[in-house]
Design a binder for this molecule. Structure first.
Ligand code: NAP
Length: 324
Protein backbone atom coordinates (compact mmCIF):
# COMPACT_ATOMS: atom_id res chain seq x y z
CA UNK A 1 0.00 0.00 0.00
CA UNK A 2 1.45 3.37 -0.91
CA UNK A 3 0.79 6.22 1.46
CA UNK A 4 0.40 9.91 0.99
CA UNK A 5 -2.73 9.93 -1.15
CA UNK A 6 -5.15 8.56 1.40
CA UNK A 7 -8.50 10.14 1.96
CA UNK A 8 -8.97 10.12 5.70
CA UNK A 9 -11.96 10.84 7.90
CA UNK A 10 -11.26 12.06 11.43
CA UNK A 11 -14.11 12.25 13.92
CA UNK A 12 -13.34 14.60 16.81
CA UNK A 13 -11.11 16.67 14.51
CA UNK A 14 -11.64 19.80 16.63
CA UNK A 15 -10.39 18.08 19.80
CA UNK A 16 -6.85 18.04 21.14
CA UNK A 17 -5.80 14.91 19.26
CA UNK A 18 -7.90 15.52 16.15
CA UNK A 19 -6.04 18.74 15.31
CA UNK A 20 -2.60 17.18 15.73
CA UNK A 21 -3.64 14.13 13.73
CA UNK A 22 -5.06 16.24 10.90
CA UNK A 23 -1.84 18.27 10.77
CA UNK A 24 0.37 15.18 10.67
CA UNK A 25 -1.71 13.44 7.99
CA UNK A 26 -1.95 16.59 5.92
CA UNK A 27 1.83 17.00 6.04
CA UNK A 28 2.01 13.41 4.78
CA UNK A 29 -0.13 14.44 1.79
CA UNK A 30 -3.46 12.93 2.83
CA UNK A 31 -6.83 14.45 1.91
CA UNK A 32 -8.33 15.44 5.25
CA UNK A 33 -12.02 15.16 6.07
CA UNK A 34 -13.34 15.87 9.54
CA UNK A 35 -16.64 15.50 11.35
CA UNK A 36 -17.69 18.59 13.30
CA UNK A 37 -20.83 19.29 15.24
CA UNK A 38 -23.09 22.14 14.26
CA UNK A 39 -21.89 25.33 15.97
CA UNK A 40 -18.48 23.94 17.00
CA UNK A 41 -16.51 27.14 17.59
CA UNK A 42 -13.19 25.29 17.39
CA UNK A 43 -13.80 24.58 13.69
CA UNK A 44 -12.74 28.07 12.58
CA UNK A 45 -9.45 27.80 14.49
CA UNK A 46 -8.80 24.45 12.86
CA UNK A 47 -9.48 25.85 9.39
CA UNK A 48 -7.07 28.71 10.04
CA UNK A 49 -4.31 26.23 10.79
CA UNK A 50 -5.40 23.78 8.10
CA UNK A 51 -7.45 25.52 5.38
CA UNK A 52 -7.32 22.46 3.14
CA UNK A 53 -9.29 20.35 5.65
CA UNK A 54 -12.82 19.56 4.50
CA UNK A 55 -15.24 19.68 7.41
CA UNK A 56 -18.59 17.88 7.44
CA UNK A 57 -21.27 18.90 9.90
CA UNK A 58 -22.86 16.01 11.75
CA UNK A 59 -23.13 14.09 14.96
CA UNK A 60 -21.65 10.71 15.75
CA UNK A 61 -24.99 9.54 17.14
CA UNK A 62 -26.79 10.24 13.84
CA UNK A 63 -26.72 6.70 12.48
CA UNK A 64 -28.00 7.48 8.98
CA UNK A 65 -25.90 10.61 8.69
CA UNK A 66 -22.69 8.78 9.61
CA UNK A 67 -23.50 5.89 7.29
CA UNK A 68 -24.13 8.29 4.40
CA UNK A 69 -20.96 10.28 5.09
CA UNK A 70 -18.78 7.18 4.97
CA UNK A 71 -20.51 5.83 1.88
CA UNK A 72 -20.06 9.11 -0.01
CA UNK A 73 -16.47 9.74 1.07
CA UNK A 74 -15.22 6.15 0.87
CA UNK A 75 -12.23 7.04 3.04
CA UNK A 76 -9.24 4.72 3.06
CA UNK A 77 -8.68 5.46 6.75
CA UNK A 78 -11.11 6.38 9.54
CA UNK A 79 -9.82 7.65 12.88
CA UNK A 80 -12.55 7.69 15.51
CA UNK A 81 -11.50 10.25 18.09
CA UNK A 82 -14.87 11.83 18.85
CA UNK A 83 -16.68 11.24 22.07
CA UNK A 84 -17.24 12.27 25.64
CA UNK A 85 -13.58 12.24 26.64
CA UNK A 86 -13.84 13.08 30.33
CA UNK A 87 -14.47 10.59 33.13
CA UNK A 88 -16.08 13.34 35.22
CA UNK A 89 -18.55 14.23 32.45
CA UNK A 90 -19.40 10.56 31.98
CA UNK A 91 -20.64 10.38 35.60
CA UNK A 92 -22.92 13.34 34.88
CA UNK A 93 -24.13 12.01 31.51
CA UNK A 94 -23.81 8.21 31.50
CA UNK A 95 -26.45 7.62 28.84
CA UNK A 96 -25.02 10.16 26.43
CA UNK A 97 -21.55 8.70 27.06
CA UNK A 98 -22.81 5.21 26.22
CA UNK A 99 -24.36 6.50 22.98
CA UNK A 100 -21.49 8.70 21.76
CA UNK A 101 -18.41 6.93 23.09
CA UNK A 102 -19.79 3.41 22.86
CA UNK A 103 -22.71 2.53 20.61
CA UNK A 104 -21.95 5.05 17.82
CA UNK A 105 -18.77 3.13 17.02
CA UNK A 106 -20.91 0.19 15.81
CA UNK A 107 -22.19 2.20 12.85
CA UNK A 108 -18.72 3.30 11.83
CA UNK A 109 -17.37 -0.25 12.02
CA UNK A 110 -20.32 -1.79 10.21
CA UNK A 111 -20.12 0.75 7.38
CA UNK A 112 -16.33 0.43 7.16
CA UNK A 113 -16.77 -3.33 6.88
CA UNK A 114 -19.45 -2.99 4.19
CA UNK A 115 -17.25 -0.61 2.17
CA UNK A 116 -14.32 -3.01 2.52
CA UNK A 117 -16.43 -5.93 1.32
CA UNK A 118 -17.59 -3.95 -1.70
CA UNK A 119 -14.03 -3.25 -2.81
CA UNK A 120 -13.26 0.01 -0.97
CA UNK A 121 -10.93 -1.10 1.83
CA UNK A 122 -11.11 1.00 4.97
CA UNK A 123 -8.58 0.96 7.79
CA UNK A 124 -10.14 1.87 11.12
CA UNK A 125 -8.46 3.27 14.24
CA UNK A 126 -10.36 3.58 17.52
CA UNK A 127 -9.12 5.87 20.30
CA UNK A 128 -9.53 3.60 23.31
CA UNK A 129 -8.46 4.42 26.83
CA UNK A 130 -6.56 3.02 29.79
CA UNK A 131 -9.71 3.81 31.77
CA UNK A 132 -11.02 0.48 30.40
CA UNK A 133 -8.67 -1.23 32.88
CA UNK A 134 -10.30 0.51 35.86
CA UNK A 135 -8.29 -0.23 38.98
CA UNK A 136 -5.85 -2.75 37.53
CA UNK A 137 -4.34 -5.44 39.71
CA UNK A 138 -0.90 -5.13 38.12
CA UNK A 139 1.32 -2.40 36.76
CA UNK A 140 2.28 -1.82 34.06
CA UNK A 141 -0.72 -2.89 32.00
CA UNK A 142 -0.47 -4.32 28.51
CA UNK A 143 -2.80 -5.56 25.77
CA UNK A 144 -3.65 -8.69 27.83
CA UNK A 145 -4.68 -6.84 31.00
CA UNK A 146 -8.32 -7.65 31.93
CA UNK A 147 -10.85 -5.02 30.90
CA UNK A 148 -12.67 -4.01 34.11
CA UNK A 149 -13.85 -0.39 33.90
CA UNK A 150 -14.93 1.61 36.96
CA UNK A 151 -16.62 4.56 35.23
CA UNK A 152 -19.32 5.07 32.57
CA UNK A 153 -16.55 6.43 30.32
CA UNK A 154 -14.42 3.31 30.78
CA UNK A 155 -17.42 1.05 30.18
CA UNK A 156 -18.38 2.84 26.96
CA UNK A 157 -14.79 2.68 25.71
CA UNK A 158 -14.67 -1.02 26.61
CA UNK A 159 -17.74 -1.73 24.47
CA UNK A 160 -16.19 0.05 21.48
CA UNK A 161 -12.85 -1.71 22.05
CA UNK A 162 -14.52 -5.14 22.04
CA UNK A 163 -16.45 -4.27 18.89
CA UNK A 164 -13.21 -3.34 17.13
CA UNK A 165 -12.00 -6.85 17.97
CA UNK A 166 -15.24 -8.34 16.64
CA UNK A 167 -14.94 -6.59 13.27
CA UNK A 168 -11.22 -7.32 13.06
CA UNK A 169 -12.02 -11.02 13.48
CA UNK A 170 -14.43 -10.62 10.55
CA UNK A 171 -11.64 -9.27 8.37
CA UNK A 172 -11.69 -5.48 8.82
CA UNK A 173 -8.34 -3.74 9.29
CA UNK A 174 -9.40 -2.32 12.67
CA UNK A 175 -7.07 -1.22 15.45
CA UNK A 176 -7.75 -0.18 19.02
CA UNK A 177 -5.18 2.12 20.58
CA UNK A 178 -5.32 1.93 24.35
CA UNK A 179 -4.22 5.47 25.08
CA UNK A 180 -2.88 6.61 28.41
CA UNK A 181 -3.13 10.28 29.39
CA UNK A 182 -1.51 12.57 26.87
CA UNK A 183 -1.21 16.28 27.15
CA UNK A 184 -0.42 19.43 25.20
CA UNK A 185 -1.18 23.15 25.29
CA UNK A 186 -4.43 22.24 23.51
CA UNK A 187 -5.76 20.24 26.45
CA UNK A 188 -8.99 21.88 27.71
CA UNK A 189 -8.72 23.59 31.11
CA UNK A 190 -11.30 21.18 32.55
CA UNK A 191 -8.46 18.63 32.76
CA UNK A 192 -6.23 18.77 35.84
CA UNK A 193 -2.97 19.12 33.89
CA UNK A 194 -4.09 22.22 32.03
CA UNK A 195 -5.69 23.62 35.18
CA UNK A 196 -2.26 23.34 36.83
CA UNK A 197 -0.26 24.91 33.98
CA UNK A 198 -2.74 27.78 33.69
CA UNK A 199 -2.57 28.49 37.42
CA UNK A 200 1.24 28.26 37.54
CA UNK A 201 1.54 30.77 34.69
CA UNK A 202 -1.02 33.13 36.25
CA UNK A 203 0.57 32.98 39.71
CA UNK A 204 4.02 33.60 38.20
CA UNK A 205 2.48 36.65 36.53
CA UNK A 206 1.40 38.06 39.91
CA UNK A 207 -2.01 36.53 40.44
CA UNK A 208 -2.70 35.80 44.13
CA UNK A 209 -5.12 32.91 43.61
CA UNK A 210 -4.72 29.50 45.21
CA UNK A 211 -4.86 26.37 43.11
CA UNK A 212 -7.38 23.86 44.53
CA UNK A 213 -6.66 20.26 43.61
CA UNK A 214 -7.85 16.77 44.55
CA UNK A 215 -5.58 13.88 45.37
CA UNK A 216 -1.97 15.03 44.91
CA UNK A 217 -0.74 11.45 45.27
CA UNK A 218 -2.79 10.17 42.30
CA UNK A 219 -0.37 8.63 39.84
CA UNK A 220 -0.60 8.76 36.09
CA UNK A 221 1.37 7.95 32.97
CA UNK A 222 1.49 11.23 31.02
CA UNK A 223 2.71 11.55 27.44
CA UNK A 224 2.92 14.13 24.66
CA UNK A 225 -0.24 14.25 22.50
CA UNK A 226 1.45 14.52 19.06
CA UNK A 227 3.36 11.30 19.85
CA UNK A 228 0.06 9.53 20.49
CA UNK A 229 -1.53 10.54 17.19
CA UNK A 230 1.64 9.39 15.43
CA UNK A 231 1.00 5.95 16.96
CA UNK A 232 -2.50 6.00 15.44
CA UNK A 233 -1.10 6.56 11.95
CA UNK A 234 1.53 3.86 12.43
CA UNK A 235 -1.17 1.39 13.52
CA UNK A 236 -3.39 2.22 10.54
CA UNK A 237 -0.51 1.68 8.14
CA UNK A 238 0.90 -1.48 9.64
CA UNK A 239 0.17 -4.53 7.52
CA UNK A 240 -1.56 -6.41 10.35
CA UNK A 241 -4.25 -4.72 12.47
CA UNK A 242 -4.09 -5.03 16.25
CA UNK A 243 -4.53 -3.53 19.68
CA UNK A 244 -1.73 -1.41 21.15
CA UNK A 245 -1.08 0.14 24.52
CA UNK A 246 0.27 3.66 23.90
CA UNK A 247 1.96 5.03 27.00
CA UNK A 248 5.31 6.17 28.32
CA UNK A 249 5.63 3.45 30.97
CA UNK A 250 6.77 6.10 33.46
CA UNK A 251 4.55 7.16 36.36
CA UNK A 252 4.32 10.56 38.01
CA UNK A 253 2.07 11.96 40.72
CA UNK A 254 -0.10 15.03 40.40
CA UNK A 255 2.33 16.51 42.94
CA UNK A 256 5.20 15.91 40.44
CA UNK A 257 3.15 17.67 37.78
CA UNK A 258 2.49 20.65 40.05
CA UNK A 259 6.17 20.91 41.02
CA UNK A 260 7.33 20.71 37.39
CA UNK A 261 4.79 23.34 36.32
CA UNK A 262 5.73 25.83 39.03
CA UNK A 263 9.46 25.30 38.39
CA UNK A 264 8.83 25.92 34.68
CA UNK A 265 7.01 29.13 35.67
CA UNK A 266 9.97 30.19 37.83
CA UNK A 267 8.52 29.30 41.27
CA UNK A 268 10.38 26.77 43.42
CA UNK A 269 8.20 26.82 46.55
CA UNK A 270 4.80 25.89 45.14
CA UNK A 271 3.24 24.60 48.40
CA UNK A 272 1.94 28.00 49.49
CA UNK A 273 -0.07 28.33 46.26
CA UNK A 274 -1.79 24.94 46.34
CA UNK A 275 -4.49 23.58 48.62
CA UNK A 276 -6.07 20.15 48.62
CA UNK A 277 -9.84 20.21 48.26
CA UNK A 278 -11.68 16.88 48.78
CA UNK A 279 -14.45 18.09 46.45
CA UNK A 280 -12.07 17.44 43.55
CA UNK A 281 -11.51 13.80 44.46
CA UNK A 282 -13.07 11.56 41.81
CA UNK A 283 -16.02 9.30 42.77
CA UNK A 284 -13.85 6.28 42.00
CA UNK A 285 -10.21 7.03 41.42
CA UNK A 286 -8.46 4.59 39.12
CA UNK A 287 -4.98 4.16 40.56
CA UNK A 288 -1.70 3.15 39.03
CA UNK A 289 -2.58 3.29 35.39
CA UNK A 290 0.87 2.77 33.92
CA UNK A 291 1.15 1.35 30.42
CA UNK A 292 3.69 -0.98 28.86
CA UNK A 293 4.12 0.17 25.23
CA UNK A 294 6.52 -2.66 24.25
CA UNK A 295 4.21 -4.10 21.60
CA UNK A 296 3.88 -0.71 19.87
CA UNK A 297 7.65 -0.35 20.09
CA UNK A 298 8.33 -3.71 18.53
CA UNK A 299 5.66 -3.78 15.83
CA UNK A 300 5.17 -0.10 15.01
CA UNK A 301 8.60 1.28 15.86
CA UNK A 302 6.82 3.73 18.16
CA UNK A 303 8.35 5.38 21.23
CA UNK A 304 7.49 8.51 23.22
CA UNK A 305 9.76 11.41 22.24
CA UNK A 306 9.15 14.09 24.89
CA UNK A 307 10.08 13.54 28.58
CA UNK A 308 7.71 14.48 31.39
CA UNK A 309 9.40 17.71 32.53
CA UNK A 310 9.55 18.97 28.96
CA UNK A 311 5.85 18.24 28.35
CA UNK A 312 4.94 20.28 31.42
CA UNK A 313 7.36 23.08 30.52
CA UNK A 314 5.95 23.33 26.99
CA UNK A 315 2.45 23.62 28.39
CA UNK A 316 3.47 26.35 30.84
CA UNK A 317 5.36 28.30 28.17
CA UNK A 318 2.34 28.12 25.86
CA UNK A 319 0.10 29.73 28.51
CA UNK A 320 1.72 33.09 27.81
CA UNK A 321 1.46 32.81 24.06
CA UNK A 322 -1.57 33.33 21.83
CA UNK A 323 -3.59 30.13 21.31
CA UNK A 324 -2.37 28.10 18.34
P1 NAP B 1 -11.33 16.03 23.10
O1 NAP B 1 -10.33 17.14 23.02
O2 NAP B 1 -12.33 16.05 24.21
O3 NAP B 1 -12.10 15.95 21.71
C1 NAP B 1 -13.27 15.21 21.57
C2 NAP B 1 -13.90 15.57 20.25
O4 NAP B 1 -15.10 14.80 20.07
C3 NAP B 1 -14.28 17.03 20.12
O5 NAP B 1 -13.92 17.50 18.83
C4 NAP B 1 -15.81 16.99 20.24
O6 NAP B 1 -16.45 18.02 19.55
C5 NAP B 1 -16.10 15.67 19.57
N1 NAP B 1 -17.43 15.16 19.88
C6 NAP B 1 -17.98 15.00 21.10
N2 NAP B 1 -19.23 14.51 20.97
C7 NAP B 1 -19.45 14.36 19.65
C8 NAP B 1 -20.56 13.91 18.88
N3 NAP B 1 -21.70 13.50 19.47
N4 NAP B 1 -20.46 13.91 17.54
C9 NAP B 1 -19.34 14.33 16.93
N5 NAP B 1 -18.24 14.78 17.59
C10 NAP B 1 -18.32 14.79 18.95
O7 NAP B 1 -10.58 14.61 23.18
P2 NAP B 1 -9.03 14.28 22.95
O8 NAP B 1 -8.28 14.58 24.21
O9 NAP B 1 -8.59 14.87 21.66
O10 NAP B 1 -9.08 12.70 22.84
C11 NAP B 1 -9.34 12.05 21.59
C12 NAP B 1 -9.87 10.67 21.85
O11 NAP B 1 -8.91 9.91 22.59
C13 NAP B 1 -11.16 10.65 22.68
O12 NAP B 1 -12.01 9.63 22.20
C14 NAP B 1 -10.68 10.31 24.07
O13 NAP B 1 -11.69 9.65 24.81
C15 NAP B 1 -9.50 9.39 23.77
N6 NAP B 1 -8.49 9.41 24.81
C16 NAP B 1 -7.86 10.57 25.12
C17 NAP B 1 -6.91 10.58 26.13
C18 NAP B 1 -6.17 11.84 26.48
O14 NAP B 1 -5.36 11.81 27.42
N7 NAP B 1 -6.36 12.93 25.75
C19 NAP B 1 -6.60 9.40 26.83
C20 NAP B 1 -7.26 8.24 26.48
C21 NAP B 1 -8.20 8.25 25.46
P3 NAP B 1 -17.15 19.26 20.32
O15 NAP B 1 -16.10 20.32 20.37
O16 NAP B 1 -18.30 19.59 19.44
O17 NAP B 1 -17.56 18.77 21.68
Amino acid sequence: MTHGTERVLITGITGQDGGYLAEQLSNDGAEIHGLVRDGDEAASGLLQRLPQAQLHTGDLTDTEGMRDLLRVLKPSEVYNLAGISSVAQSWEQPTLTAEVTGVAVAVLLQTAWQLTESGNPVRFVQASSAEMFGNPQRSPQNESTPIAPVSPYGAAKAYAHHLVGVYRARGLHACSLILYNHESPRRPSSFVTRKITQAAARIAGGDTEQLALGNLDARRDWGWAPDYVDAMVRAARHAVPGDYVIATGVEHTVRDFVAAAFVAAGIDDWNQYVRVDPRFFRPVDAVEQIGDPSKAGQLLGWAPTVPFDEIVARMVRAENQPAE
